[in-house]
Design a protein around this ligand. Sequence first.
Ligand SMILES: *[C@@H]1O[C@H](CO)[C@@H](O)[C@H](O)[C@H]1NC(C)=O
Ligand SMILES: *[C@@H]1O[C@H](CO)[C@@H](O)[C@H](O)[C@H]1NC(C)=O
Ligand SMILES: *[C@@H]1O[C@H](CO)[C@@H](O)[C@H](O)[C@H]1NC(C)=O
Ligand SMILES: *[C@@H]1O[C@H](CO)[C@@H](O)[C@H](O)[C@H]1NC(C)=O
Ligand SMILES: *[C@@H]1O[C@H](CO)[C@@H](O)[C@H](O)[C@H]1NC(C)=O
Ligand SMILES: *[C@@H]1O[C@H](CO)[C@@H](O)[C@H](O)[C@H]1NC(C)=O
Ligand SMILES: *[C@@H]1O[C@H](CO)[C@@H](O)[C@H](O)[C@H]1NC(C)=O
Length: 574
Amino acid sequence: MDPSSSSGILKLLLLLTAILGYYSTTSYAASSLHPLAARSLDEHRNYTAISDFRVVNRRKLLTCPDPNPYLRITVSPNTPMSDVEYLTVTVSGVLIPDSSDWVAMISPSSENVTDCPSSKAYYLQTGDTSSLPLLCQYPVKAQYVSNDPNYLSCKNKQCQVHDLFGNCIVSTCNGSITFQVVNIRTDIEFVFFTGGFDIPCILTRSSPLTFANPNMPLNGHLSSIDSSGASMRLTWVSGNGAPQQVQYGNGMSQTSVVSTFTQADMCTNSDLPSPAADFGWHDPGFIHSAIMKGLQPSSTFFYRYGRAFQNFYIVNEPGSISVINAVTDQVNSVNVDSIFHIGDISYATGFLVEWDFFLSLIKPVASKVSYMTAIGNHERDYAGSGSVYITPDSGGECGVAYETYFQMPTPAMDKPWYSIEQASVHFTVISTEHDWSVGSEQYNWMAADMGSVNRSKTPWLIFMGHRPMYTSSNPVTSVDPLFVVAVEPLLLQYKVDLALFGHVHNYERTCAVYQGQCLAVPTKDANGVDTYNNTNYSAPVQAIIGMAGFTLDNFTNFVDSITRNVEDSFRIIK
Ligand SMILES: *[C@@H]1O[C@H](CO)[C@@H](O)[C@H](O)[C@H]1NC(C)=O
Ligand SMILES: *[C@@H]1O[C@H](CO)[C@@H](O)[C@H](O)[C@H]1NC(C)=O
Ligand SMILES: *[C@@H]1O[C@H](CO)[C@@H](O)[C@H](O)[C@H]1NC(C)=O
Ligand SMILES: *[C@@H]1O[C@H](CO)[C@@H](O)[C@H](O)[C@H]1NC(C)=O
Ligand SMILES: *[C@@H]1O[C@H](CO)[C@@H](O)[C@H](O)[C@H]1NC(C)=O
Ligand SMILES: *[C@@H]1O[C@H](CO)[C@@H](O)[C@H](O)[C@H]1NC(C)=O
Ligand SMILES: *[C@@H]1O[C@H](CO)[C@@H](O)[C@H](O)[C@H]1NC(C)=O
């Protein structure tokens, strides 16, 4: 918001998405659905590496009893892979195509897990109850061959054996499916299975495929480090651990600080190993981070990073899910200053390769404007690791991967709270997964931070955390009453204008609320936009903005249709 709009009128012109809690100064009608967002569920299913492709049951990979001699699996193009590649995988020589035939993408190809206790509990611990391929190795992605509409009907027939008169006596069928692959540094292999996800056996495997540039510096994303507007952090991933450079502006440069994490940094449990410490592990390479200083606020800068700088490009990737496309469209067309994503960042939950896919996915926006994050249960929670909640929701990552990829201006490792000012807004970002009880370190920080806001300089105060205080979704599982009792009084005391939360996969907004009571309701302005008059402050407005990027939660306990406004689809809400 520009300073001229800071008169105490809060118009809900926020552009919010759930993969992205996204903040903008542009005004749109309250419920417009960006056309690119309309098909996001479909595209999510097709392109992301998570959920349906989440792996499973650590059992031995068995070879099917009598794979026929004609079976082959081939991959095209058959050249070293570029950083974003669409591979067509063809299975051929199939005598009888079956709906249980499927193909998995494995990485690294040498991965070998032999002694696998077969229990779905390993996977269910991350909360993923989808129908999943039961493999020993973690398939990065998997698809049924019947996704090729010509497979089961054997439209692509090939004769294998002719009789003496030239008649075909043995014919086989082909099927082709496409996989999007991003540069995950380690080589990959495609494995053709039958038996469905539950009782898979191997029909045949492809040869290993390598990336042309496994050390390529990739997926640079920006974040703010302070409120000056004169510096910006760039974080990128490379297979090479030697310090690299970012060059920016007119001849300025900085050298990267390199970090990484290992399997030993993951949290686990001797009774039920976490995916992160076990079969979900994938080497993250090296995370490079450099702070670009000496920038002019409100200006556009160009930068490039890496060693030889051969990699300077900012492209929009095809295959990004539609939410990102919609947000990219906004970043490219209107004046977006910053993006906030409030927890449940990549949903890798212990299947670490998914961070690479996620970073590749957000690149079109995160390479252009600062991408600020808060931690959520799926990044942090794990029993015995110091999280407030002892669910296994992080799959054993216990915040380590998140904090390495998204380095926010926090006080220290595993203290993921911070504040930052942009134009006339002060943002206070907390972790609902770390102790927030009265008198705790984080509680004292929150109070001190919000108490020190100069409301002449930044009249707006926006508070963010992952778990909400109010929801029409199941409040028993979504709201911790102890959190509300401890922290809500601070919001009122320090006159927070707006509190933003995620966790619940939907959108809703409250009246100006305190202790369950509406102290003020919005009025519609001439354009039908809900407007809260905060000149005479009453209480914070709270909004859940968790609606993009995953299936929506149902609101079963819909409280008051006048004061709560629910959108029931994947949307960008402004
Ligand atoms: C998703 O994949 C299915 C099956 O391949 C295809 O029919 C559908 O058009 C795809 N949807 C989108 C949005 O790409
Ligand atoms: C997998 O590991 C086991 C035990 O370490 C070994 O016997 C087996 O040969 C390995 N298989 C492959 C394909 O490397
Ligand atoms: C089936 O696949 C094989 C091997 O890739 C190929 O030689 C053949 O031409 C394919 N047949 C059809 C009908 O596409
Ligand atoms: C608060 O901000 C205003 C406007 O920027 C400034 O004039 C004033 O000195 C600040 N007050 C304090 C205590 O820093
Ligand atoms: C401001 O709000 C208080 C109570 O919330 C009310 O008593 C007072 O009349 C209001 N003032 C104005 C100017 O609306
Ligand atoms: C906002 O409320 C104040 C008093 O509380 C009033 O003076 C002002 O006119 C209101 N503004 C709008 C735009 O309604
Ligand atoms: C939400 O509720 C509707 C109506 O009761 C139901 O049809 C739908 O399947 C539910 N969706 C989910 C994700 O539970």
